[in-house]
Write a protein that binds this ligand. Structure first.
Ligand code: FAD
Length: 519
C-alpha cells in the first residue's frame, strides 16, 4: 500500500489510472464514506477568497471520526501526504486546501451529532464539526427554544471552521468569541487518534485546537453552550461623523453589565456620499427609509461611522421594549435624525447576512474574488488606524462593508491558540471587499499588504484575524511569545505536520517517515 501511494504521489503518469487508484485506496482504507479524485475544478481546489487554486490528490467524504482517523493514519505512513479538513471553504487564502494531498469534506459528517443536553441547570448542544451554524440555529430554536450565545455575522460557515479561528460577531463583547463558548470537543489528532477533550480532560489539546488554525486536530464534535432564544430583536443603526464619539459610545455599551446594554454591538465605516455600496444607501435597515444627508454637518469628513446594535426581547416583553431601548439610545451621541430601526424575529436577525448574500448572488455578477483583510487592533492604536487607514488609504471605501467594533479581551481564554493585541479593549476590523467592477484584484491585494506593512512599520499593536503569512518569521512575529507553545502543541499532536498545510505554518518533513509493513 505504501509503495502504491508513493507511486501515485510521485509519478505523474499515474494520473491516468486514478480511477483504479480511488477504488483500491477506498477498499484498503475500508472507508464508510466515499473518495473522489482531486481535480482543479473540484470543490476542494477552491475557496471563497478565489485567490488561490491548488489540486488535491483526493477529496474524501468521510462518514465520521473513524474514517478521518484512517485517512490521517494513511497519510502518516507516506513520506509526503498532507490532510486538510475543509469546512465550507469560506477561507480567503487557501487555508483549507492541500496541494497533492487529501482534502476531507467535513460537510459529509454534518448530521452525525445533534443532541440537546441539559446539564446541572445549563443547556448545551452537541453538534458535528462539519455542521453549518445556520442549521445549528434553526434546529436548536425550532426544536428546543434555545440557541448558541456567540455567533458569526454569516452562518454558512461550519462549526469546526470557525472554532479553528475564533468566531466573532456582535455578541462577543458579552460572551466572548465562539471559542469561549465550547465545553468539550471530539478531535482526530495528527496521529489519527480520536480524542475527547475539555478544560479538564486532555486540556492542552482542547485549548490548542480552539483557534488552532486546524494545526492540531480535526474537530468532529463540539459541545456548545446555549441560552434561551429570544423571540424578537430590535435592530438599530445610528450614525456618527466623529470617530472619537463613535468609539466612546461603542466602548460605553460593551463595558456595561448584562441587562444594562444592548445584546449585540457592532459598527462600520462608510463613505459620506451617495455611492450605493460604500455610502449613505448602505445604512438604512428598512428599504422604505432613505438616509437624509442634510443631518450631516458641513464640517464632517469624507467618511462616517455607523453603530449597529440589537436588543433581544420576548413577545411578552413588548410593552417595555421602547422604554429600555430609548433609555439606552438616550445615552448615546449619534447625529440626531440619523437613526434606522426595525423589529425582526431572532432567527431572521441572525440570518441577515445569509439573506443579503442570497440577494447579491441573485442580482450580482456571480462569484468574483474576495481579497478580504481582517485585523484586531488595540484600543491604544485605533485612532491612528482610523486616521491613516480609513480616512486616508480607504477614504473611497472597499466596495463592501468595512466593519469596526470593540471586543473585551477578558472574554477570551488565553489558553486557546488565538492571539490578540494587548489591552482590555481590542477592535476587530474587517475589510470585506467585493470586486465586480472596481480595481483589479492585484491592486486590492497590494493595498491589503500596504495596510499590514504600515501597521508593522509604525509598530501598531495589531494581529491579523484569519491570518495568512508566507514565512516562518512572519508566523513567529504573529504568535509572539505564544510561538513556542504553538510549536510544542504541534510536536505533541501532529508531529509529522500532516494537518492543514494550506495555513503555510509548518511543512511536512520527509525525514519523518513512519515505515509500516501494511496499511
Ligand atoms: P474552511 O474555510 O473550510 O476552513 C478554515 C480552516 O479551518 C482551514 O485551515 C481548515 O483546514 C480548518 N478546518 C475546517 N474545518 C475544520 C475542522 N472540523 N476541524 C479542524 N480544522 C478545520 N468569521 C468570524 O469570526 N465572524 C464573522 O462574522 C465571519 N463572517 C464571514 C462571512 C463570510 C461571507 C466569510 C466568507 C467568512 C466569514 N468569517 C467570519 C470567516 C470564517 O469564520 C472563516 O473563514 C472560517 O474558517 C470559515 O469556516 P469554514 O467552515 O468555511 O472553514
Amino acid at each position: 500500500m505504501i509503495a502504491y501511494l508513493g507511486r501515485i504521489v510521485h509519478d505523474n503518469d499515474a494520473e491516468s489510472k486514478l480511477d483504479d487508484d480511488v477504488s483500491t485506496i477506498s477498499k484498503s482504507l475500508d472507508l464508510q464514506g466515499s473518495i473522489e479524485n482531486g481535480d482543479v475544478s473540484s470543490l476542494a481546489s477552491k475557496d471563497f477568497g478565489g485567490l488561490y487554486s491548488v489540486k488535491p490528490l483526493f477529496l474524501i467524504k468521510p462518514s465520521g471520526a473513524e474514517d478521518i482517523s484512517r485517512v490521517v493514519k494513511l497519510a502518516s505512513r507516506t513520506s509526503n501526504l498532507t490532510v486538510a479538513a475543509r469546512g465550507n471553504g469560506h477561507s480567503i487564502n487557501g487555508q483549507a486546501m492541500a496541494e497533492g494531498g487529501l482534502v476531507i469534506d467535513m460537510r459529509s459528517t454534518e448530521k452525525n451529532h445533534f443532541e440537546f443536553l441539559p446539564i446541572n441547570g445549563s443547556h448545551y448542544i452537541d453538534v458535528s464539526g462539519g455542521a453549518l451554524w445556520e442549521d445549528v440555529l434553526t434546529r436548536c430554536v425550532s426544536r428546543y427554544g434555545y440557541a448558541p450565545r456567540s455567533w458569526t455575522d454569516y452562518l454558512s460557515l461550519t462549526v469546526g471552521g470557525t472554532l479553528s479561528n475564533a468566531g466573532v460577531s456582535g455578541q462577543a463583547f458579552r460572551y466572548g468569541p465562539q471559542t469561549s463558548n465550547v465545553t468539550e470537543l471530539e478531535v482526530v489528532t495528527g496521529k489519527g487518534e480520536i480524542t475527547v477533550c475539555s478544560e479538564t480532560l486532555n486540556s492542552e489539546l482542547f485549548f490548542g485546537v480552539l483557534g488552532g488554525l486546524g494545526q492540531f486536530g480535526v474537530i468532529t464534535r463540539a459541545r456548545i453552550k446555549l441560552q434561551q432564544a429570544p423571540d424578537m430583536v430590535r435592530w438599530i443603526r445610528v450614525v456618527y461623523s466623529e470617530f472619537e464619539e463613535f468609539t466612546r459610545d461603542a466602548e460605553f455599551l460593551v463595558t456595561q453589565k448584562e441587562g444594562e446594554s444592548f445584546d449585540y454591538v457592532e459598527g462600520f465605516v462608510f463613505c459620506n456620499n451617495d455611492d450605493p455600496f460604500n455610502g449613505w444607501p448602505s445604512v438604512p435597515l428598512d428599504p422604505g427609509h432613505e438616509f437624509n444627508p442634510t443631518h450631516i454637518s458641513q464640517t464632517a469628513g469624507s467618511i462616517l461611522y455607523c453603530l449597529e446594535v440589537a436588543f433581544h426581547y420576548r413577545n411578552s416583553d413588548h410593552p417595555t421594549v421602547d422604554t429600555a431601548v430609548n433609555g439606552l439610545l438616550g445615552r448615546l451621541r449619534f447625529v440626531e435624525g440619523l437613526k434606522s430601526q426595525v423589529d425582526v424575529s431572532y432567527t431572521k436577525f441572525l440570518l441577515r447576512v445569509n439573506r443579503a448574500e442570497e440577494q447579491v448572488k441573485a442580482n450580482g455578477p456571480g462569484d468574483g474574488p474576495h481579497p478580504w483583510l481582517n485585523l484586531f487592533v488595540s484600543k491604544s492604536d485605533v485612532v491612528n488606524f482610523d486616521r491613516t487607514v480609513f480616512k486616508t488609504m480607504l477614504k473611497d471605501g472597499v466596495g463592501g462593508p468595512m466593519l469596526i467594533y470593540p471586543l473585551l479581551r477578558s472574554k477570551w481564554d488565553d489558553r486557546t491558540s488565538v492571539v490578540l493585541p494587548e489591552g482590555e479593549i481590542v477592535y476587530i476590523v474587517a475589510l470585506l471587499r467585493f470586486v465586480p467592477n472596481g480595481p483589479s484584484v492585484e491592486k486590492l491585494v497590494a493595498q491589503n499588504r500596504e495596510i499590514v506593512n504600515w501597521c508593522i512599520k509604525v509598530g501598531l499593536d495589531f494581529k491579523l484575524y484569519l491570518p495568512h503569512y508566507q514565512s516562518k518569521g512572519d508566523w513567529e512575529r504573529h504568535f509572539g511569545n505564544r510561538w513556542s507553545r504553538f510549536v510544542e502543541r504541534k510536536a505533541s499532536f501532529d508531529p509529522m505536520a500532516i494537518l492543514a498545510p494550506g495555513q503555510n505554518i509548518f511543512r511536512r518533513d520527509p525525514s519523518n517517515i513512519i515505515i509500516s509493513r501494511e496499511f
